[in-house]
Design a protein around this ligand. Structure first.
Ligand code: NAD
Ligand code: UDP
Length: 321
């Protein structure tokens, strides 16, 4: 395998114009790699990579990963997939296709080129977990026919494909299960809780709490997550994971709302709305495996990460208003 931790590789990032993908492209360029960013701009935005377009080692290709891709690269990070419930439920068939057909196409590319592929999987493979916190050995509790299934089952099938390519063809796959991650460049309109609350607070609009606000999530700052990606990609061939990547700090949505209100100094009120179908009650990663195999753990506390994210959204909200 071409020295994956070395500089000067040509790296493919699918979903590279999205929130996580655009930060990953930056990190890889900073390490001296060439980056081929592939995205169909379904939920991503060229503005996320505008500052990279003139970089001599950066290339953008508009392409839907549901169709085969013939390029020459040394490693693949497969992030292409709408990630917020609002977006992945807008065209659920396309969401499943993106996870399943997209991952098949990229695994095929990795197989032809004999290169590693890191798959951006998700804590959603655990569904509404009956085990808490969630270790990688937990098989999950997913409703296969509910409104979230296009995403959850699509990602589960993508994991199946990764492990079958690994067993059947010896492909060097790396599966990471990402828990809720936030930071600058989240799409302000994609309905995810951190961006929703911050934008609502900055605009002085009511903070929309779904259900009783007691459901929990664990929020990881984007820089921490990407450090985990890079460490995972640098593990020896044969280590496929899956590995949980997330911040074990667990907060209820009501606590998150109060934190955002305090940090923004907003006078917004709380507005309770119905809980969406199949919304998981709790979620917290067990990161013992990431600690042991990657020497990784998050370093940015929620408060610090929120301050950085609010700073970013002040610019966005000011620009729109
Ligand atoms: P995002 O929506 O900002 O990024 C996804 C990107 O994929 C977008 O740029 C979108 O245009 C692109 N895309 C979607 N369908 C595509 C297709 N068919 N062909 C090419 N490009 C396509 O979301 P994100 O938060 O940056 O998520 C990136 C990846 O990480 C996703 O695979 C998501 O499932 C996974 N993930 C993210 C989180 C999180 O909390 N951010 C949690 C778990 C998993
Ligand atoms: N949520 C909320 N208000 C919002 C958006 C989301 O209370 O305006 C809740 C949502 O019901 C869920 C949690 O916040 O319980 C996280 O939602 P998100 O869509 O960010 O991520 P996911 O449910 O995929 O973990």
């Amino acid at each position: 395998m071409t020295g994956r931790a070395s500089t000067g590789q040509r790296v493919l990032v699918t979903g590279g114009a999205g929130f996580l993908g655009s930060h990953l492209c930056e990190r890889l360029l900073a390490q001296g790699h060439e980056v081929l960013c592939v995205d169909n701009c379904f939920t991503g935005d060229k503005r996320n990579i505008r500052h990279l377009l003139a970089h001599p080692r950066f290339e953008f290709l508009r392409h839907d990963v549901c169709f085969p891709l013939y390029v020459e690269v040394d490693a693949i990070y497969n992030l292409a997939c709408p990630a917020s419930p609002v977006h992945y439920q807008r065209d659920p068939v396309q969401t499943t296709k993106t996870s399943v057909m997209g991952t098949i196409n990229l695994l095929g590319l990795a197989k032809r080129l004999k290169i590693p592929l890191l798959q951006a999987s998700t804590s959603e493979v655990y569904g509404d977990p009956a085990l808490h916190p969630q270790p990688e050995s937990y098989w999950g509790n997913v409703n296969p026919i509910g409104p979230r299934a296009c995403y959850d089952e699509g990602k589960r099938c993508a994991e199946t494909l990764c492990f079958d390519y690994h067993r059947q063809y010896g492909l060097d796959v790396k599966v990471v299960r990402i828990f809720n991650t936030y930071g600058p460049r989240m799409n302000p309109a994609d309905g995810r809780v951190v961006s929703n609350f911050i934008v609502q607070a900055l605009r002085g609009e009511p903070i929309t709490l779904y259900g009783d606000g007691e459901q929990t999530r664990s929020f990881c700052y984007v820089d921490d997550l990407l450090e985990g990606f890079l460490r995972m990609m640098a593990t020896p061939p044969g280590f496929a994971g899956p590995v949980n990547l997330g911040n074990p700090g667990e907060f209820s949505m009501r606590e998150l709302a109060h934190e955002v209100l305090e940090l923004t100094g907003s006078a917004s009120t709380l507005e309770y709305r119905p809980l969406p179908a199949d919304d998981p009650r709790q979620r917290q990663p067990d990161i013992a495996l990431a600690r042991a195999r990657l020497g990784w753990e998050p370093t940015v506390a929620l408060r610090e990460g929120l301050i950085r994210t609010i700073e970013h959204f002040r610019g966005v909200v000011d620009a729109v208003c």
